[in-house]
Design a protein around this ligand. Structure first.
Ligand SMILES: Nc1nc2c(c(=O)[nH]1)N[C@H]1C(S)=C(S)[C@@H](COP(=O)(O)O)O[C@H]1N2
Ligand SMILES: [Mo]
Length: 420
């Protein structure tokens, strides 16, 4: 297998010295950072932070990142008015692994973030059921619980078909991944007893937008969850505290936050969010609606737009891939502007409807290059190029853009959006 051969070759080499132009001295000299570092703090001296006890414990009842990481924050567009209808993007290019820290999870709100007292919050379940029910959050926590790792992605990610963005976050930062804990929606629906005519569940949020989406009953009886915790702690207000619907692999808009009502019906509601919004106008004049699934997608997060390669030689190419249809089975990387493709290594665990981290060992020769990745999921679907996607869906569509985003590396090492 090509990927194993490449990886083996890479590990037999010395990563930082072989082929590097400036790194020979960096091993002992401390690299680029050493230029500004105080000599007293460098080996073999004892650094100043070892010479006195550190901060006492207790100054931070809820931990925060190192002050040296203060630049790693949500990406909030200055061009977009952030009043009421708002979004923030995850800084994908700054993160490792597959789990998004709660403080960096992307946000999309249609009516601001409500402040909800969990003791006063209720979930009403009614319509085509044997027994209409009203639950407190504590009632829902009495059900058997489950935890699963899944991505959540806005179908407006990036939200345009012109490749404007500079960074991986600008382009596809409306995706994040977390471990979600809650109760299977199926169990809760069974508690009420579905009538035979039940075909849809209309979910409504307790925000000022009263965001409303219709969910097909098949999804509700499959892997849909009522979620109260994210990455081990209770949901953040921005993510729907104290309760949200979570539909693995479906467009983010359907995972209704601040969930207050489930209305079981025989027809969809045809709400604003599933007619005027989140549908795609096709070249033949018809609208692609109720498309539900987020299709396979990937992006290289390092090296990526806004970053710079300081030296030629070894660089690991890494990124994330995901598919609403299930597991990622392969990610292919091209380092020659799409002429040839090779399989990347997939980091375990490879989970269904979760971000999957891929890695590809690469030696940069110091010359201009275009690098890109494409995801293939367990249905055999291959992530398309932007040109392929536009040829099928036309120029009017806006949502569900899962195109390949190539990065251009200049001979200076500067990385930029190759399609911009
Ligand atoms: N009640 C309610 N639910 C909502 C929204 C909203 O504005 N109100 N936004 C939706 C959209 S468009 C997306 S992409 C996801 C975003 O979830 P997040 O903010 O936790 O990332 O929530 C969905 N659920
Ligand atoms: Mo969204």
């Amino acid at each position: 297998m090509a990927k194993d051969k490449d990886a083996g070759a890479a590990t037999r080499r010395r990563f930082l010295r072989d082929g590097g132009v400036a790194l020979g001295g960096a091993i002992l000299g401390g690299g680029a950072g050493a230029v500004t570092a105080k000599a007293d703090n460098l080996p073999p001296e004892i650094p100043e932070w070892m010479k006195a006890p550190g901060e006492p414990m207790g100054s931070q009842p809820y931990g925060t990142p190192s002050p040296f990481e203060k630049g790693v924050v949500k990406n909030i567009s200055k061009n977009l008015k952030q009043y009421i209808s708002a979004s923030s993007r995850t800084p994908l290019q700054e993160l490792d692994g597959i789990i998004t820290p709660n403080g960096l999870f992307y946000e999309r709100h249609h009516g601001g973030v409500p402040t909800i007292d969990p003791a006063q919050h209720r979930l009403m379940l009614h319509g085509l059921v044997e027994r209409p029910l009203i639950f407190t959050v504590d009632d829902l926590r009495r059900f058997p619980s489950q935890s699963r790792i899944h991505f959540l992605e806005c179908s407006g990610n990036p939200g345009y078909t012109k490749p404007y963005g500079k960074t991986a976050s600008d382009l596809v930062g409306l995706v994040s991944c977390a471990e979600w804990t809650g109760v299977s929606l199926k169990l809760v629906l069974e508690e009420a007893g579905l009538k035979p005519e039940a075909k849809w569940v209309v979910a409504e949020g307790a925000d000022a937008a009263a965001l409303t989406r219709s969910i097909p009953i098949e999804k509700c009886l499959d892997d849909a969850m009522l979620v109260y915790s994210q990455n081990g702690e209770r949901l953040r207000p921005q993510q729907g505290y104290p309760l949200r619907l979570f539909l693995p692999g479906f467009e983010g808009n359907m995972s209704v936050k601040w969930l207050r009502r489930l209305h079981v019906t025989s027809e969809p509601a045809y709400s604003r969010e599933e007619t005027s919004k989140y549908t795609d106008l096709l070249p033949d004049g018809t609208a692609r609606e109720f498309s539900f699934y987020m299709e396979a997608k990937s992006i290289i997060t390092r090296p990526s737009g806004g970053q710079r390669l300081d030296v030629s030689g070894f660089h690991e190419i890494t990124g994330i891939a995901w598919s609403g249809h299930g597991k990622i089975v392969r990610v292919e990387v091209s380092v020659d502007d799409g002429r040839s493709w090779q399989s990347a290594q997939l980091q375990e665990p490879v989970l269904t409807r979760a971000l999957t981290r891929f890695r590809f060992p690469w030696r940069w020769d110091g010359k201009a290059a275009v690098i890109q990745s494409r995801a293939i999921d367990e249905t055999g679907y291959v992530q398309p190029t932007l040109a392929e996607l536009l040829a099928v869906r036309g120029e009017n569509y806006f949502y569900h853009n899962n195109a390949i985003w190539p990065w251009r590396i200049a001979d200076s090492g500067e990385v930029t959006n190759a399609l911009a």
